[in-house]
Ligand binder design. Sequence first.
Ligand code: FMN
Length: 312
Amino acid sequence: MKFDNRVTAMLGVELPIVQAPMGWIARSQLASAVSNAGGMGIIETSSGELDVIKEEIRKMRDLTDKPFGVNIAQAFVRDPNIAQFVIDEGVTFVTTSAGSPTRYTAQLKSAGLTVFHVVPTLRAALKAVEAGVDGLIVEGGEGGGFKNPNEVASMVLLPLVRSRVDVPIIAAGGFVDGASMAAAFALGAEGIQMGTRMVSAAESPVHENWKQAVVDAAETDTVFLNRFHSPALRALRTNRTSELEKRIDENIMGQFGRARDLYFGGDMEAAVALSGQVCGRIDEVKPVATILGEIHEEFFRTIASLAEKYPA
Ligand SMILES: Cc1cc2nc3c(=O)[nH]c(=O)nc-3n(C[C@H](O)[C@H](O)[C@H](O)COP(=O)(O)O)c2cc1C
């Protein structure tokens, strides 16, 4: 059973499943595993470490002959030449996020790249389409990472955006298996992007403590921080983030902490472990190929069983 839609055609992938960009995490080890399993591996630039990223892109060419992309998280990578950097690296698929779609879309598209912009609201979606993007990544507030302070769940946002735009949509926020992917498709998506599932995959470079914390977490174990400032963020509940949750008068971005000590040293209180509510549905660390294979199989099983139960 094959996926054959606008997202597989535009991205040149077998599975319309995108691995989320994640600072320091979305590098060649994880991204090549996703691309080799038939999905779309993405290299991050939000770390701002462009020399390292250049090397990671080079490694991708050794590790896979399948398509991969790069994310430009505009608020986090300050280099004004970032779009040209991505073009010069010969990348063909880019997701832009955390910034205005008018900033780089024309430049990237005139160089022949396919551009999907991440949007958390209908208004942002309309603006991105107006700016000429090829598609949207529609991100619900249940997802992990930096968020619009006025968060809207995927269940509301996806069909709303679908009803007002024609471009292909990749759904992000809450997707983890074939059933949730089928739900996204019922709401108008033609692909999914996963962050929390990928941070806890076997090939993810983060410390085992973070992966285990995702496995142990209940669906209620995330906090939504910085709600009254910007950017807001969703992260795993720890002593540190429970305390930050109460600081509603202060922009807590300065309290993010020592990310490397958490990400790679495993000290879960050293910083903020970005994660989505879907952590409550992840109960095992698995290799990327197993995750994608199971999603593929369960997606078609889900839609077949619905068609059988509810024949038209
Ligand atoms: C650890 C982590 C880091 C993230 N960093 C980025 C980033 O650099 N750029 C970006 O566009 N999104 C980032 N995100 C958001 C993801 O791209 C994705 O849309 C989100 O995780 C989807 O929701 P899910 O966690 O329910 O899968 C991050 C998410 C996580 C969990």
